[in-house]
Write a protein that binds this ligand. Structure first.
Ligand code: HEC
Ligand code: HEC
Length: 326
């Protein structure tokens, strides 16, 4: 018995020692850096159709995190991120050559959006990666970033540098790592297949699953449907004025999901207009996705019907949080 205790003790102290070494290492290294990548040699042709499509994607993605009050992509404070992750600021991604991304090549932008790794090998753990976005849509984003549209015109204003918490640094070494650059061509979904179009719009373009699943950290960005609590909601976020908001259960569970709460038309109205069927307004950070087409949002509704139902009572969770605040 004594021997067993001794071995257990040794193993435990070994684990503790390893953890301490890991923490010291993380504190010293910060966010890991990688070898400067070999970026693809791509020159994106800037057609009007691409700029228009890029604008749609930018409205529901890039603008939300990078646009200042004047609608310029100067970078800003990301108030909705829980303070556990640190004090996060996005960056200037206008065409400015010094402060923005005016000097980045098209390939460098595409590589970064897929993997999270910059040309110098530095890594941006908080910036979302887009592993499943079609090559064509990614090119549209680049075409828009290079266009003459107001938000991307060069300006030298910028936000302060991000201060990542220790937790974020640990995560950058563990759960939030760079993604590999895809080796294969990624095509657009078959637009006549509602379910495929819906999954693509929700997961690859809208990043809806990232907020509407069970956990912000433990997510499978490539095989999105493997994410824990996929579309079951329940993540607590920081809303307007620092008030907590809880993300909704978007599965078709009859009791706690959207099956009985929304018709397709009402769903489209809520997602694009930001208003629920009962007239209540969806709170920040659930912003209206007004540039998505009715067809795309309707397709998300059809896709959600096929997602495994999850029983997760968000109203109850909201009430508990409000009670705890009093
Ligand atoms: C959820 C918020 C969020 C969204 C959405 C987002 N970004 Fe970012 N982005 C960030 C943050 C935060 C950083 C800064 C990371 C850092 O400081 O390491 C960043 C950094 C970047 C950088 C690196 C800039 C530099 O100088 O290092 C580029 C390029 C970029 N984003 C482009 C985009 C584009 C294009 C989109 C839309 C497809 C987009 N981002 C969407 C939050 C976001
Ligand atoms: C940045 C995180 C975030 C993203 C991204 C996001 N949502 Fe939300 N969503 C929320 C939050 C938070 C709420 C709850 C808002 C409230 O309580 O007023 C919500 C609520 C909703 C509701 C209302 C459900 C109800 O119970 O009435 C719908 C519908 C919805 N989201 C759909 C979507 C779709 C579709 C997408 C992708 C195109 C999406 N959301 C992307 C955070 C997000």
């Amino acid at each position: 018995m004594k021997k067993v205790m001794k071995i257990t003790g040794l193993v435990l102290s070994g684990i503790v020692l390893m953890l301490v070494v890991f923490c010291v290492y993380v504190a010293a290294v910060g966010v890991p850096t990688y070898d400067p990548p070999v970026v693809p040699k791509i020159t994106v042709e800037r057609t009007p159709a691409r700029v228009a499509r890029g604008e749609v994607i930018a409205q529901i993605q890039c603008m939300e995190c990078h646009a200042n009050k004047e609608n310029r992509l100067t970078g800003k404070y990301l108030a909705e991120v829980p303070s556990l992750f640190g004090k996060l600021y996005s960056k200037n991604i206008t065409q400015d050559k010094e402060k923005g991304i005016g000097k980045w090549t098209d390939g460098e932008i595409i590589y970064f959006l897929r993997t999270g790794v910059r040309r110098d090998g530095s890594y941006a753990p908080i910036m979302p990666q887009y592993p499943n976005m079609a090559d064509e849509d990614l090119k549209s984003v680049v075409a828009w970033l290079r266009s003459d549209r107001f938000p991307v015109q060069a300006t030298s204003q910028e936000a302060p540098p991000t201060e990542l918490s220790f937790v974020s640094k640990v995560l950058a070494h563990t759960l939030m790592k760079p993604l590999p650059y895809p080796q294969q061509f990624i095509g657009l979904p078959d637009s006549t297949d509602q379910v495929a179009l819906g999954k693509y719009t929700a997961d690859a373009i809208g990043d809806c699953f990232a907020c509407h699943s069970g956990d912000m950290l433990d997510q499978d960005k490539v095989h999105t449907e493997k994410t824990a609590g996929y579309y079951g909601g329940g993540i607590e976020m920081v809303g307007e004025g620092g008030k907590p908001v809880v993300t909704a259960n978007l599965t078709f569970d009859e009791e706690t999901g959207i099956a009985k709460k929304y018709t397709k038309e009402q769903f489209i109205q809520a997602v694009k207009g930001g208003v629920r069927p009962d007239g209540s307004i969806l709170q920040y950070p659930m912003s209206p996705k007004m540039m998505l087409s009715d067809r795309e949002v309707g397709a998300i509704f059809e896709y959600l019907k096929t997602v495994p139902k999850i029983k997760n009572d968000i109203a109850k969770k909201r009430a508990e949080i409000q009670l705890a605040q009093k």
